[in-house]
Write a protein that binds this ligand. Structure first.
Ligand code: URA
Length: 216
């Protein structure tokens, strides 16, 4: 799967550079572009990305932020309007709720975790990213995960869970489970935006957070 994404990334890059025809790819060669193992270098590359149409409407790329050595990482769906304006993840209303969840329930400063998204650019009108947008962008997230090396990843909402794991089981069925994920623990829970619309679901997320707190 990872190889497929690398090939897609490579082809998109060539298309973007104007290539219309190419010789068959030698998959065993080292010609596939490698993303850097350095978070700041990766940020530079991502900030200039034009591999999908979201780049045409974004104001800012929202790379992610937090402790580069965080043991706990939160992954959302994609930037909203405030995030697009500021270039920072989870700073709008949903972000304020996420910050409270981290600081008041987990009792750790927000700056001690890492927060990123499946797609780094805002989908217009806050629509769900298309599979093509998500698959084009996710190699950046894989690299962030590899570099930061968190022990626990919290998938915020269905889109995050689905693209991280490839599993389409509804979030209501998997919420709160501790899933073995590439040697890490993945915990899906409801997205803070969903909680803003359905405050009665906060109780379940509170329980998930207590599990995370115990793990930490
Ligand atoms: N919703 C998300 O999924 N990500 C953000 O960064 C903000 C809101």
């Amino acid at each position: 799967m990872h190889k497929k994404l690398q090939i897609l990334y490579h082809l998109k890059l060539l298309q973007w550079l104007g290539t219309e025809y190419m010789n068959p790819l030698n998959l065993e060669s080292s010609t596939l572009p490698q993303l850097p193992n350095d978070l700041e270098k990766l940020r530079e590359i991502v900030s200039q990305c034009h591999l999908c149409d979201l780049s045409k409407t974004r104001k800012n790329v929202v790379f992610g932020e937090g402790d580069p050595h965080a043991k706990l990482m939160f992954v959302g769906e994609g930037p909203g309007a405030t995030e697009d304006e500021t270039g920072r993840p989870f700073v709008g209303r949903a972000g304020q709720l996420l910050t409270k969840m981290i600081e008041n329930v987990l009792e750790i400063p927000r700056s001690k975790v890492y927060i990123a998204n499946i797609v780094k650019c805002r989908p217009p009108g806050n629509r769900v990213p298309t599979p093509q947008e998500a698959h084009t962008c996710i190699p950046y997230l894989w690299k962030q995960i590899e570099i930061i090396n968190p022990r626990i990843i919290v998938a915020l909402g269905a889109t995050s869970y689905q693209y991280l794991t490839g599993d389409k089981t509804p979030i209501t069925k998997v919420r709160g489970e501790m899933i073995d994920f590439q040697g890490r623990i993945l915990i899906p829970t409801f997205h803070p935006s969903f909680l803003l619309r359905n405050p009665s679901k906060k109780r379940e997320v509170y329980e998930d957070l207590l599990k995370i707190k115990e793990l930490l």
